[in-house]
Write a protein that binds this ligand. Structure first.
Ligand SMILES: *Cc1c(COP(=O)(O)O)cnc(C)c1O
Length: 360
């Protein structure tokens, strides 16, 4: 059995080189006589692994010294609570609703304070990013929140919102390390790694130091306090140790590919191949306005639910898996993260052409 092309939105494909290296080290990590899974997270050898992972991530993203990098658990969803609990000093925050993940974050924040939905693209099934150049930002907002790449709907903020001086918080789960970012534009960036970096179970939080304070909302659990994790370098309790080790390998893989500029170029070439075909196809059609298209998640439809289902089934038989759209939107979605090779997208487009010829 060979490997398939896996278009899953997450957990998703990982680079084959990384999986092979991890397999080689499975029983005996570099002469330790142990798997990384079996190591104390307090050991010197594991300290080396987590510190090197952080160093490589800092280098890749050019993270300034006044930002902390935290490797945590609880997924991106837990950050939906951690962000307001740590940042809502005035108990006010502004949310831009561009899809389900932004909406969930907004609903979670509403438990802890006044969350304002200051913009939304719900009127057109989240198929575009609203104009965020002059929003009614609340004067006392503690932060402005976005979901930068909308995994389900396939949109991406190409320019960050004008926050009028307020702290920007972004969920970057599905665009993490897909292209260069200017970290200084954000107060907090976070993402579950299972979309574009590593195995489920790790969430990475990059946070500016002045936002890390003792002054959290009353009742904030210890485990949700950024200060606790920052002060102990992500080793307050047992971290998701094996997952962090795999993330570290992916960081090295991206460095070996030429870093984030090179990743972006590759991702643009892959996405263009698919979008160009969608634009010329008589059967398939993309669902997102062109200027807001994501490089990572590409939703498309035929217009017939029956044909959609037939396509997903036949694609699977051809080794192209997990193309079914999110259960809430239907249709298809191809997630083409960093680890998806160009050949995978080529195979998908070839298959779509064949399917179109047979079914039009
Ligand atoms: C998948 C996803 C989430 C949820 O992540 P979990 O780690 O499962 O909590 C949140 N935000 C975005 C943008 C996602 O793609």
């Amino acid at each position: 059995m060979g490997r398939i092309y896996n278009f899953s939105a997450g957990p998703a494909m990982l680079p084959e080189e990384v999986l092979k290296e991890a397999a080689d080290e499975m029983l005996d990590y570099r002469g330790s006589g142990m798997s990384v899974m079996e190591m104390s997270h307090r050991s010197k050898i594991y300290e080396g692994i987590i510190q090197e992972a952080e160093k490589d991530l800092r280098e890749l993203m050019n993270i300034p010294d006044n930002y902390k990098v935290l490797f945590l658990q609880g997924g991106a969803s837990q950050q939906f609570a951690a962000v307001p609990m740590n940042l809502m000093k005035n108990k006010v925050a502004d949310y831009i609703i561009t899809g389900q993940w932004a909406k969930k974050a907004y609903q979670e924040a509403s438990i802890y304070g006044k969350a304002n939905a200051i913009a939304s693209s719900a009127d057109k099934t989240f198929s575009y990013i609203p104009d965020c150049s002059d929003l009614p930002i609340s004067e006392d907002a503690d932060y402005v929140y976005i979901c930068e790449n909308n995994t389900i709907y396939g949109t991406k903020f190409k320019t960050l919102p004008n926050t009028k001086g307020k702290t920007l918080v972004a969920d970057v789960s599905s665009c993490f390390l897909s292209e260069p970012v200017d970290v200084t534009k954000y107060g907090v960036l976070f993402g579950g790694v299972q979309k574009n970096i590593g195995p489920a179970g790790v969430v990475i939080v990059i946070i500016r130091e002045d936002l890390i304070t003792e002054d959290t909302l009353p009742g904030t659990p210890t485990m949700l306090k950024y200060k606790i994790h920052a002060d102990s370098a992500s080793l307050y309790n047992t971290p998701p140790a094996y997952g962090i080790y795999i993330c570290g390998k992916v960081f090295k893989w991206i460095k070996s590919m030429g870093g984030l500029e090179a990743m972006k170029k590759k991702n643009e070439i892959k996405a263009k191949l698919l979008y160009d075909y969608l634009d010329e196809s008589k059967l398939f059609k993309g669902t997102v306005v062109k200027e807001d298209r994501s490089l990572m998640n590409v939703p498309f439809i035929t217009g017939s639910e029956e044909l959609d289902a037939k396509f997903v089934k036949e694609a699977k038989a051809a080794g192209l898996e997990n193309l079914k759209g999110h259960r809430t939107v239907g249709g298809m979605r191809a997630s083409i993260y960093n680890a998806m090779p160009y050949e995978g997208v080529q195979a998908l487009v070839d298959f779509m052409k064949k399917f179109e010829a047979e079914n039009l």
